[in-house]
Design a protein around this ligand. Structure first.
Ligand code: HEC
Length: 127
């Protein structure tokens, strides 16, 4: 086989490999993003204690991202039932030594985010 056609084969397969690799990297990246706790949306307030605001939920999300990642990876908000979160959050709030206020904001965020994820998985967007 002449060198030039060998080079052509290498360049075609090489390009395919680069292409396959970038699809793989993109898939990993997307999976990483999907693993992040969902952004706060106005409809999440429907699942919060009365009088809570969007900045409250943002703060709850920040508590989750900052205080709850010290010892282990974050679980998706829809991994547990509402009753389970109501049991787990006070336990973990104690381990994390966060304030009662932060604990309340975290619970509201988790329940709102949980409802949002479940709605998305059912094909309905909460927004
Ligand atoms: C000081 C370390 C520490 C911090 C901080 C911490 N956790 Fe944990 N977490 C643990 C340990 C240890 C376990 C496993 C044993 C257990 O369930 O108590 C655990 C387990 C869990 C589980 C699994 C519970 C189950 O029943 O399967 C969840 C969910 C969880 N943590 C959420 C959180 C959240 C939310 C926060 C933030 C408020 C948090 N964790 C902060 C140490 C921590």
């Amino acid at each position: 086989m002449p060198i030039s056609s060998l080079q052509a084969v290498v360049s075609v397969y090489g390009r395919r490999l680069v292409c396959a690799a970038s699809v793989f990297v993109a898939a990993l990246w997307l999976e990483g993003c999907a693993g992040l706790p969902p952004e706060v949306t106005p409809r999440m307030l429907d699942f919060s204690a009365r009088g809570k605001t969007l900045p409250d939920l943002e703060e709850g999300r920040t508590v989750f991202l900052v205080a709850c990642t010290r010892c282990h990876a974050l679980d998706a908000p829809d991994k547990f039932s509402e009753a389970q979160w109501r049991r787990i959050v006070p336990e973990m709030a104690e381990s994390s030594k966060i304030s009662q206020r932060a604990e309340g904001l975290l619970l509201d965020y988790l329940l709102g985010a949980r409802a949002q994820l479940l709605a998305q998985k059912a094909g309905r967007d909460l927004r």
